[in-house]
Write a protein that binds this ligand. Structure first.
Ligand SMILES: [Zn+2]
Length: 374
């Protein structure tokens, strides 16, 4: 019996009997269920969150936590933090509320704790052959008249023919024009297909980017979970390699393709979840195998900074440094930057800088090319 001297149960026992998803349903606006798991609109009062930025995860101790991925680091925590943020309760009152909600009373035995949902799917689901077949079909469509708007869109983003071919980019003409198996990207309208490759260049997954997303609809679409586990990392194929010795880690496939086109080894971290240990372990394997320095190409916004911080923190736990490069113009990403400054690579650390760092020097600030954000 671990009750304190006032007969109260430990917070741990109360949280173990709190269903955070149910509490979020009560206190935050649930979003439509997607293949990426459950999402909620951020319940913090001054955050008008159109994008349903809140998701749940289990921390290293298996405790359920919620987090808003919009970039505000304070929009996160456990069930107690959720009540404090949404109901204005102090910590003590929030704990009392949760105890009452879970049927826990002072000086009485604890009700049994519900079983915890598994932290991860028990084992990865192998890739369904329908996914690479979809990728191939879309590659063919890209070469046809129906694929012309996607070719123009890719060219406008600066991707050349060699990059497009090496990475098997394609055009999804939409479900009215192309039949697809259930669970493949839905094909609401015309989209560009960005396969996720494994380190050896085999197609492992795909993301479809709608050229004109429906209002309120997704910009990216993925295969359903039962067609294969999202690999979380999308490697690219560089048409030709430079010898800068860098592994550029990007927030999305288009940025990683920009890096690959410039001859860098590059990879995109997929999904709205933060990089986790599995992601970081796989980055380290590649970096060590090919003697590469890991550089994060973060977007120029608070969410990007949060993302790079998380990545740096996990790499530091494995005794790896992370260099971080941000585009010179706020609110832009690497693809924007490269389109306006073909020499963007000069701002990356050089091999000499990495071999003998005499004294830490401040990172040079790239010149502001004055580009427009689109
Ligand atoms: Zn928020």
């Amino acid at each position: 019996v671990n009750r304190d001297n006032r007969g109260r149960w430990p917070i741990e026992d109360i949280l173990a009997r709190t269903d955070l998803a149910a509490l979020l349903d009560e206190l935050a606006e649930p979003a439509t269920v997607s293949t990426r798991g459950r999402r909620w609109h951020c319940p913090v009062a001054d955050h008008h969150d159109n994008h349903a930025s809140v998701s749940m995860y289990a921390d290293a101790h298996g405790h359920q936590r919620w987090r808003c991925w919009s970039g505000d680091d304070r929009h996160r925590g456990d069930a107690i933090d959720l009540l404090q943020a949404t109901r204005g309760l102090n910590r003590g009152d929030a704990i009392e509320y949760l105890a009452g909600r879970a049927g826990i009373a002072r000086d009485t035995p604890l009700p049994p704790a519900p079983p915890r949902p598994p932290r991860q799917p028990a084992r990865p689901i192998p890739l369904d052959p329908a996914v690479p077949l979809y990728v191939e079909a879309c590659e063919r469509v890209l070469r046809t008249t129906a694929g012309r708007p996607v070719r123009d869109w890719l060219a406008n983003r600066g991707f050349d023919e060699a990059t497009i071919r090496a990475n098997h980019l394609g055009a999804d003409p939409g479900r009215r024009a192309m039949y697809r198996n259930k669970g493949l990207p839905y094909g609401t309208s015309l989209g560009a297909t960005f396969p996720a490759l494994d380190p050896l260049g085999t197609v492992r997954y795909v993301q479809t980017r709608y050229l004109q997303p429906e209002p309120g609809g997704p910009k990216y679409d993925n295969p359903a979970g039962d067609l294969g586990t999202n690999p979380r990392l999308a490697w690219t194929a560089a048409p030709s390699h430079n010898n800068q010795g860098l592994l550029l880690v990007c927030e999305g496939i288009p940025d990683a393709l920009t890096a690959a086109q410039a001859g860098h080894r590059s990879v995109a971290v997929l999904g709205s979840h933060a990089p986790d240990r599995s992601v970081v372990n796989r980055l380290i394997v590649q970096a060590e195998q090919h003697d590469l320095t890991i550089v994060a190409m973060q977007d120029g916004d608070p969410a990007g900074r949060l993302w790079a911080n998380r990545l740096g923190h996990l790499l530091a736990q494995r005794d790896h440094d992370l260099q971080v490069i941000e585009p010179p113009t706020p609110g832009t990403d690497l693809n924007d930057w490269a389109r306006h400054d073909p020499d963007w690579s000069q701002w990356l650390p050089s091999r000499e800088q990495r071999i003998s760092p005499p004294t830490p020097e401040p990172t040079p600030t790239p010149p502001n090319p004055g580009l427009e954000i689109d």
